[in-house]
Design a protein around this ligand. Structure first.
Ligand code: SF4
Length: 450
């Protein structure tokens, strides 16, 4: 029987997948001539099947890594947030920008063979950086995007942090995708989450994004907020759709120990949304977004055809990602590590030319296959067995025979046309199903490898 074990902290973070990731006008990859979605953005010609393949499966891109840059600063800490982010003090923003540029140069000097396919600047709130610091950081990343012919360059923003001036800086440096944390369009729900913005700020942010002409626009929403009802959730979905994103991410709220929201729950000052209601909200979201033309391609992610997030697709195929900045996670050459989640110490070490990586681990081929399976199962199209073999060397149906039999028997998994995927019911309890794929137990002489 497969052991259900906890993923490593780095993988656990990737699995949250709010673990996180288009190009100068016209597109690095020439997408400017593609058909447009009803909101005027380009809609790719790929079929859902080819779009969901790992970027590595398409040799014409010759991809190598996704580049993630973490800017760990926010104007205030949201009550539910357990990402590494702080409120900056003194000249920390400027010092961090310099340190990020130094870490980038060191990384690309040490590994001149790396080719960047996607760039994602996340946080934190990258657009909270002073405009000159933001410009400096994005100018270097924009050069990398051009040199490497990157296909996607995303920056995360929050409503209220992206005015016309910063949007111009993003556009001028080649950013082609903005990902904005809306979370809810209900004042009371935003207050429960301790968000700094109002629903009107989200609409104003969307107007700035459209006005600046970014190729792609994502909005994040949260369901399962204490006090949320199916009616308020539907209203948030409808208002989000009305702002014209080509991508939506809908995450269930988690109460992470150590956060103020978790404390309030423990003190009985908040009531968790009932499990059945949470399932109802998720199912309603899938239906509403499907009816509006969004393809459901990952447990929590929805996109117009051709507008899936290529950077995050790399995570869901367990492909190499280089992380830069405090707490940023990396996966390269079969090694995983993350940078120190402590900005002051990160700054000191970068200045002193000392290593900033911690929690390094090297996985065995079977462990890597287990992680890849867990991540690919998050995709609605699941594990493509041929692609899985190409990525890991293992036969997925053989390696995970026990887990597949158990969950297929209970209606949570389905195996058809060379794919292993979660059923609609399985997606509602995805965390418990995918954990059974984490630690395959290869038989010594017959481990599923060709
Ligand atoms: S804006 Fe995002 S990163 Fe910043 S505190 Fe809120 S949830 Fe955390």
């Amino acid at each position: 029987m497969s052991r259900a074990v906890e993923p490593s902290p780095v993988v656990a973070n990737l699995l949250r997948s709010d673990a996180r990731v288009c190009v100068p006008a016209g597109g690095y990859n020439g997408r400017g001539s593609e058909p447009r979605c009803p909101y005027g953005r380009s809609v790719g010609k790929e079929s859902p099947d080819t779009e969901c393949r790992s970027p590595a499966a398409d040799r014409s891109f010759m991809p190598d890594i996704g580049l993630y840059v973490h800017v760990p600063f926010c104007p205030r800490k949201c009550g539910y947030c357990d990402f590494y982010s702080t409120v900056p003090a003194g000249d920390e923003c400027e010092r961090l920008t310099v340190a990020l540029l130094v870490e980038l140069e060191r990384a690309f000097t040490a590994r001149s063979d790396l080719r960047v396919e996607t760039i994602f600047v996340g946080g934190g709130t990258p657009t909270f950086l002073p405009i000159s610091a933001l410009d400096r950081l994005l100018a270097r990343l924009g050069q990398i995007a051009v040199e490497h012919r990157a296909t996607e360059f995303t920056v995360e923003a929050n409503p209220g942090s992206l005015g016309r001036d910063r949007a111009s800086v993003l556009r001028a440096n080649g950013v082609n995708r903005v990902s904005m944390g809306a979370q809810s369009f209900n004042e009371a729900e935003l207050a429960v989450l301790d968000r700094v913005h109002s629903p009107a700020d989200i609409a104003a942010g969307a107007e700035v994004v459209h006005g600046a002409g970014f190729e792609h626009f994502n909005l994040d929403l949260i369901f399962g907020i204490p006090g949320q009802t199916p009616a308020t959730w539907r209203e948030s979905l409808q208002r989000a759709i009305g702002l014209g994103p080509d991508h939506l991410a809908c995450y269930g709220l988690t109460f992470e120990p150590g956060t103020p929201l978790h404390d309030r729950l423990m003190q009985g000052r908040l009531l968790r949304v009932a499990e059945e209601t949470e399932a109802e909200l998720y199912t309603a979201g899938v239906a509403e977004l499907g009816a509006a033309g969004f393809e459901h391609y990952e447990i929590s992610n929805f996109a117009w055809p051709g507008c899936r997030c290529r950077h995050n697709l790399r995570y869901w195929h367990n492909l190499p990602v280089l992380g830069v900045g405090p707490a940023a996670a990396s996966y390269l050459d079969g090694r995983r590590w993350r940078n120190l989640p402590d900005t002051a110490e990160y700054l000191r070490r970068v200045t002193a030319a000392e290593p900033v990586a911690v929690d390094e681990e090297r996985l065995s081929p079977a462990e890597r296959a287990g992680e890849t399976a867990m991540l690919m199962l998050r995709l609605v199209e699941g594990i493509g067995c041929e692609e899985f073999r190409a990525l890991t060397g293992f036969d997925a149906e053989q390696l995970f025979a026990e887990a597949v039999a158990r969950h297929a028997g209970s209606g949570r998994l389905i195996v058809e046309r060379g794919r292993i995927r979660l059923t609609d019911e399985g997606r509602l309890m995805a965390d418990s199903v995918v954990l059974d794929f984490l630690s395959p137990v290869p038989r010594s002489r017959d481990d599923g490898r060709p």
